[in-house]
Design a protein around this ligand. Structure first.
Ligand code: IMP
Length: 423
């Protein structure tokens, strides 16, 4: 059986958590392959909101194996809090959760360095979630990181201290101190908690599952436009958020990958700094933010809002080999007379492109829009795709035609039941 991969096509927050939850019951395993507590996957069911940061979204189903892969950066303190919340809600997660021994550990000093380096950037801030993601991946690539499996070594404490001493010299470079003493007791008790979990070589676990004919859903975090290589660098996260990251982040060979689900909102948002060509700075942007409750699931920050961007989507589709699109939060556009779609970009000299320009070129280009009529009706109660208003269907078909990929799901509300499957 294959591995199917689910990725965000925009700048994150596309609604991946909801879709994984909808798709998960049809898989034997759900695996996270990159990112860490910077992610916030929101799921609603039975009237309750659940936000997962590091735990795979299959955790609510007792038959699903959930894997935190080697490509993930794991904060034991946040992880323990998340699992405690699940316990409080009566979810029995212990036997179905496996963590890669090769995943990197986020230390309190990584979080401190994230803050210190963001402050040092002055006006050029990335807008990081300050969860320690960048510094932890820096240590991984610099071959100085601590991995989850290291917590089982007798000299873990010394390795930890060496890392902290190194981080202190980096902080000193900015004339700062780490100031993590008050966080260390909690960190070490979370490490004790971690030691008692199923820490394994998840690449073997996953490949054994494939050999047994089981199916795996790889759950991406963030979005393709935040990818370390292909995103709007340097305003990106520090991992491979595209499908290729699922291979390195889980130890799965590319030939096992079959479907690629690309998740996009019916509009576009971004949180943090960096280019966002279709951003709206006016009342329309405010209206989208209010209707979509566009505030970060991890940081609570207001998200920047704008219209859907086809050149950016086409770029993400190309990088990921998307086989089907899931269009999220269509109901957020219920009140609009007109919906704009950015079809291409125009330079000052009048030349046009339907490709996503690079960062430098973007400064001099403007998005060109096609206006489409809104549906001006509430989608919330609709459960049959045949009953969608004709203006929405025209919008969906226009996107399909210009993206050349079928839109298989249209989501019209946060609950599981508001997920309409199209033939
Ligand atoms: P970092 O991953 O915390 O270093 O943040 C780098 C950039 O990615 C910032 O602009 C963040 O706002 C953005 N980012 C990180 N994680 C997410 C996410 O899960 N959703 C949306 N944006 C994110």
């Amino acid at each position: 059986m294959p591995v199917d991969v689910l990725v965000g096509l925009q700048w994150g927050d596309e609604g991946k958590g909801k879709i994984v939850d909808v798709l998960a019951p049809t898989y034997d395993a759900v695996a996270r392959f990159q990112g860490g507590p910077n992610a916030g996957h929101t799921l609603y069911f039975d009237g309750v909101k659940h936000v997962l940061h590091q735990v795979p979204s299959g955790i609510f189903h007792s038959h699903i194996i959930n894997v935190v892969g080697n490509g993930v950066v794991l904060d034991p303190v946040v992880f323990r809090q998340e699992l405690q919340k699940l316990t409080d809600r009566g979810i029995d997660w212990a036997k179905n959760l496996y963590i890669s021994r090769k995943a990197q550990l986020i230390l309190p000093s990584h979080r401190a360095l994230d803050r210190i380096s963001e402050e040092a950037r002055g006006g050029g801030k990335i807008g990081s979630t300050l969860k320690g993601i960048g510094p932890t991946y820096q240590d991984k690539i610099g071959r100085t990181g601590l991995r989850v499996g290291d917590v089982l070594l007798p000299d873990f404490q010394e390795r930890y201290q060496e890392a902290v001493d190194r981080h202190a010299t980096l902080a000193a470079f900015h004339n700062r101190e780490l100031e993590i003493e008050s966080l260390e007791a909690d960190f070490f008790s979370a490490v004790d908690f971690l030691r008692a979990l199923q820490l394994v070589d998840t690449e073997y676990l996953l490949n054994d599952l494939l050999q047994q004919g089981k199916s795996i859903l790889a759950e991406g975090a963030q979005g393709s436009m935040l990818d370390i290589d292909f995103g709007t660098y340097p305003f990106v996260t520090s991992s491979s958020t595209i499908v290729a990251g699922a291979c390195t982040g889980l130890g799965i060979a590319p030939r096992h990958i079959d479907k690629v689900y690309g998740i996009s909102k019916a509009y576009c948002t971004r949180v943090g700094s960096g280019p966002f060509p279709t951003e709206l700075h006016d009342a329309v942007g405010e209206q989208i933010r209010a209707a979509g409750r566009e505030f970060g699931a991890t940081t609570g920050r207001p998200r920047r809002c704008g219209w859907i961007d086809l050149p950016a989507l086409r770029y993400s589709i190309m990088l990921n080999g998307v086989t089907e699109i899931h269009l999220m939060k269509a109901d957020v556009l219920d009140e609009f007379d007109e919906i704009q779609v950015c079809t291409h970009y125009r330079a000052a000299d009048g030349t046009e492109t339907d490709q996503l320009p690079d960062y430098a070129a973007l400064q001099t280009m403007v998005p060109v829009y096609k206006a489409m009529p809104g549906w001006r009706t509430s989608l919330q109660e609709i459960t049959d795709p045949e009953k969608l208003p004709k203006e929405l269907l025209t919008y969906v078909e226009f996107l399909e035609e210009h993206l050349n990929v079928p839109i298989r799901i249209v989501s019209v509300g946060p609950d599981r039941v508001s997920t309409l499957h199209r033939a």
